[in-house]
Design a protein around this ligand. Structure first.
Ligand SMILES: [Zn+2]
Length: 63
């Protein structure tokens, strides 16, 4: 992780940032994070990516 964590950042926001970093397009339209974590070929953007984006939007700290 290259990103600095804000000290008072809630755990779900930290998790959301970590998920966004992992769940990226693998170049063929599938999610790289889901493939390595669950061995599932999930069309990108995956559910985790959507959750992470919504979490950051709701928490008011999208990047
Ligand atoms: Zn994913």
């Amino acid at each position: 992780m290259t990103e600095q964590a804000t000290p008072n950042e809630p755990p779900n926001v930290r998790q959301a940032r970590a998920s966004l970093a992992l769940h990226v397009d693998d170049g063929t339209g599938y999610c790289e994070g889901c493939k390595s974590a669950y061995s599932f070929f999930v069309p990108y953007p995956c559910t985790v990516h959507g959750w992470a984006n919504r979490t950051l939007i709701i928490e008011g700290t999208p990047r």
